[in-house]
Ligand binder design. Structure first.
Ligand code: MRU
Length: 342
């Protein structure tokens, strides 16, 4: 079981593991106001949809404390402005809005600072529990020994701990069934090369790094059983937004008869968007594609840098959440799944 967790709440402030520096340096940043929290999300200090949600929840705590202390009577105006800033920090991961909305429900109930803090801690703890449940459900689908490709980092670093897609891979490993996890390097931020490879290696889980463009060759020349990925937002019809490159991986998987699984908590399912076409796709700076971490490598040309893509539900074999498994997802199955246990 992984002990890596990228978020530490310290009662007076938040600490984030600076994921931009991994695996070379392990540096924790101290954040004590919501503006800094929003900027840390935008700048990729913390990334991965569930981790962004947990971080935002603590951002709400810091904002409420600050504004209530500044003016007991008129605190809502500045607080509401801060909430807009926080919600806009990254557009695709719905867990950000989900966590802010859940915290705001408590604010509307006029709860104390301590109760608000307790809500954020609950969101934090529930995320770890959800990841472990997804790990079990996902691993149960994988019969026998398996080689698995994953994309980006949907691990402990992208959540409060354990991971979504990497949670499944972790659980398959603990069952004794993991032959090899292949990590796509995931240009341009290299979450696969820097984060997934590091996190799995730390836990002694067998991992082999591949260039993003090697995935279909890998499927056609070696035995691959599954692709397992996370998600930033799942539409009501089961379309899945995830890190750019996921869609082409799903097409390759279908072509080669490789099963495609998405592991994501129900906080990633957005019933307010009918299909993937309605999911806002973040476009980041061209420089991220034109160079590697500040060093220019490309010719003098423009670049297009969408950070996510949408895999149509028809290419998804399973969505796994903390509530269980949705096979061949569609609108009816997603709606029924969300109602489960209500
Ligand atoms: O740009 P990032 O690093 O935030 O993108 C992260 C992903 O695409 C993950 O796969 C997704 O958030 C799921 S994380 C459990």
């Amino acid at each position: 079981m992984s002990e890596i967790s990228p978020i530490r709440w310290k009662a007076t402030h938040l600490e984030l593991l600076d994921q931009r520096l991994l695996p070379g340096e392990v540096v924790w940043l101290k954040l004590d106001d919501v503006t800094t929290v929003a900027k840390a999300i935008t700048d990729m200090v913390v990334r991965g949809a569930p981790a962004i949600g947990v971080t935002a929840a603590y951002g709400v705590v810091l904002a409420a404390r600050y504004h209530r202390q500044s003016s007991a009577q008129h605190w809502r105006r500045g607080f509401d402005q801060d909430m807009q800033l926080l919600a806009a920090a990254r557009p695709t991961a719905i867990n950000l809005k989900w966590a802010i909305d859940r915290m705001l429900q408590r604010v509307e109930q006029n709860v104390s600072d301590a109760e608000l803090e307790a809500e954020a801690i609950a969101i934090h703890q529930e995320d770890v529990a959800a990841c472990k449940a997804m790990g079990d459900y996902g691993a149960a689908l994988i019969e026998g020994d398996a080689s698995i490709i994953t994309h980006c980092n949907a691990g402990a670093l992208a959540t409060a701990g354990y991971g979504t897609a990497l949670g499944v891979i972790r659980s398959v490993f603990h069952q004794g069934n993991l032959v090899m996890a292949y990590a796509d390097e995931t240009r341009p931020w290299l979450q696969g090369a820097r984060l997934t490879a590091w996190e799995l290696a730390q836990d002694g889980i067998p991992v082999t790094l591949i260039a993003d463009s090697a995935a279909s060759h890998l499927m056609s020349t070696k035995h691959i059983d599954w692709v397992v990925v996370g998600s930033d937002r799942i539409a009501a019809n089961g379309d899945v937004a995830n890190k750019i490159g996921t869609y082409q991986l799903a097409i390759c998987a279908r072509h080669h008869g490789v099963k495609f699984m998405v592991a994501a908590p129900t906080s990633t399912i957005d019933l307010d968007v009918a299909s993937g076409a309605d999911i806002p796709i973040e476009e980041r700076a061209a420089e991220e594609v034109l160079g590697v971490f500040g060093t220019r490598i490309a010719a003098d040309v423009p670049a297009w840098n969408p950070a996510f893509d949408v895999t149509p539900a028809s290419l998804v074999d399973f969505i796994v959440t903390e509530k269980g498994v949705i096979e061949s997802p569609d609108k009816q199955k997603i709606a029924a799944h969300m109602r489960q246990g209500e």
